[in-house]
Design a protein around this ligand. Structure first.
Ligand SMILES: [Fe+2]
Ligand SMILES: [Fe+2]
Length: 350
C-alpha cells in the first residue's frame, strides 16, 4: 500500500506499520509528515499509540487510517479522533492519493498563499459560532441568534472577493466534517446568491442558512457520521431525520429568518418528490432551498468522507447533471457549474 501510494504522493517519507511498538519507536525518532495507520495498531496488545499520534498531529503530521472496508476497528472512536482521514479498502488508489495530498496541504503544511485577516476572521467566527450553537443546544440552551447572525455577516461581507472562493477551498479537506462542510455550504450559497444579484441583507440570510442547514446532523453520534461502511436501515432512518431535528433546533434558537428554517427542513427534498423527509415536490419548494440543494450536493461530493474519497468539481457536476437531474433545478445547476468551473480555471484554484 505505502509503495503503491508512494508513486502518487510527492513526499515519500511515509510511515506504514501494523505494530504499535514499532509505530511508537518511529514516531519518537522521526517527525513524519504522513502516517498511514493500520487499525491493527489499536488491538495488537501493545501500548496505546493515541497520545503519540496526537503529538505527531501537533507537529504537522497527517494521520490516515486505512483498513479493510469491513474491519470494525476502523470505527474505533479513540483512533478516529486522532486521524485526519479514514479509508475503507479496497479503494481507488489515485483518488486515495489525491485526497491524502489535499489533506496534507490543508492540514499539515501552512497554506500555499497567505490568508488575509478578513478571511481568517470569517472562518474563525463561523466555526466558533457553530460550535457554541451546537454545545448550547446539546446542553438544552438555545444559542445567541445575534452571534450566529454576526458569523453569517462575516462570510457574506466577503461577497465579491476571491476570498470567498478561497474559503471554500481552504476548508475542502479539513477533518472536522460537519462544521467545515457547513462553512463551505455558506460560502457557496453566498457565491451563488451574488451571481443571481441578491442584495446584501439576503446574502447574510443565505450565509446563515448555509451555516445552520445541517445543524441537526451535529447531534447525531459521530460514529454514525464517520462510519466507513454502508449504513444499516435503522441508522439511515436516523440520519434522514436531521432536517427535522435541525429545523426544530432553529425554532428553539428563535428569531432567525424563515428562509433559515426552510433551508434546514428542505435541503434534501427533490423536485421530483424523491427526497426526504417529506417527499415534497417542485411547487412546494422555495428558491433558497433549491439553491442550497445544489451547493450542498456539490460540496458533499467534493469533500472526502469516511466512506468515500472526494471527486473533482467536473466529476461532481457531471454526476449532478445525470444521476440527479430530475431532482434539482437545471437552470440553477448550469449557473452554479459555470460559476465554480470559471473560478476553478483561475490560477489560485485547487
Ligand atoms: Fe443535510
Ligand atoms: Fe449538508
Amino acid at each position: 500500500m505505502a509503495e503503491a501510494l508512494g508513486d502518487y504522493l510527492a513526499d515519500p517519507r511515509t510511515v506504514w506499520t501494523a505494530d504499535s511498538a514499532d509505530l511508537l519507536r518511529i514516531l519518537a525518532a522521526t517527525k513524519p509528515r504522513l502516517v498511514l495507520l493500520d487499525p491493527a495498531v489499536a488491538a495488537d496488545g501493545g501500548p496505546s499509540v493515541v497520545p503519540a499520534l496526537e503529538a505527531a498531529r501537533r507537529t504537522g503530521a497527517t494521520v490516515v487510517l486505512c483498513g479493510r472496508y469491513d474491519d470494525l476497528r476502523l470505527r474505533s472512536a479513540e483512533l478516529t479522533r486522532v486521524t485526519n482521514l479514514v479509508f475503507g479498502l479496497p479503494h481507488d488508489i489515485r483518488r486515495l492519493a489525491r485526497t491524502i495530498r489535499l489533506t496534507m496541504t490543508m492540514d499539515g503544511a501552512p497554506p500555499p498563499a497567505p490568508v488575509s485577516p478578513s478571511l481568517r476572521k470569517a472562518i474563525g467566527e463561523g466555526r466558533d459560532a457553530l460550535e457554541r450553537a451546537v454545545r448550547g443546544l446539546r446542553a438544552g440552551r438555545p444559542p445567541d441568534p445575534a452571534a450566529l447572525v454576526e458569523a453569517a455577516t462575516g462570510i457574506s461581507d466577503l461577497a465579491g472577493s476571491p476570498e470567498l472562493r478561497r474559503m471554500r477551498d481552504l476548508l475542502r479537506a479539513h477533518h472536522d466534517p460537519t462544521y467545515t462542510h457547513s462553512l463551505r455550504v455558506a460560502a457557496g450559497l453566498v457565491l451563488f446568491g451574488e451571481a443571481f444579484g441578491i442584495g446584501a441583507g439576503d446574502l447574510r440570510t443565505l450565509a446563515l442558512a448555509g451555516l445552520l442547514h445541517d445543524v441537526g446532523k451535529a447531534l447525531l453520534p459521530r460514529s454514525l457520521l464517520e462510519k466507513p461502511q454502508r449504513l444499516a436501515a435503522d441508522e439511515w432512518h436516523l440520519v434522514r431525520q436531521h432536517p427535522v431535528t435541525g429545523e426544530k433546533m432553529i425554532r428553539d434558537i428563535g428569531g432567525l429568518p424563515a428562509t433559515v428554517h426552510e433551508v434546514a427542513a428542505r435541503h434534501h427534498e427533490r423536485l421530483d418528490g424523491s427526497g426526504y423527509p417529506n417527499g415534497l415536490t417542485a411547487a412546494e419548494l422555495d428558491e433558497a432551498s433549491l439553491l442550497c440543494t445544489i451547493v450542498d450536493m456539490h460540496v458533499a461530493l467534493t469533500e472526502p468522507r469516511a466512506y468515500k474519497a472526494a471527486i473533482s468539481d467536473v466529476e461532481a457536476f457531471n454526476l449532478m447533471a445525470t444521476r440527479h437531474a430530475g431532482g434539482i433545478e437545471g437552470h440553477f445547476l448550469r449557473r452554479y457549474r459555470e460559476l465554480i468551473l470559471d473560478q476553478a480555471a483561475e490560477p489560485a484554484a485547487a
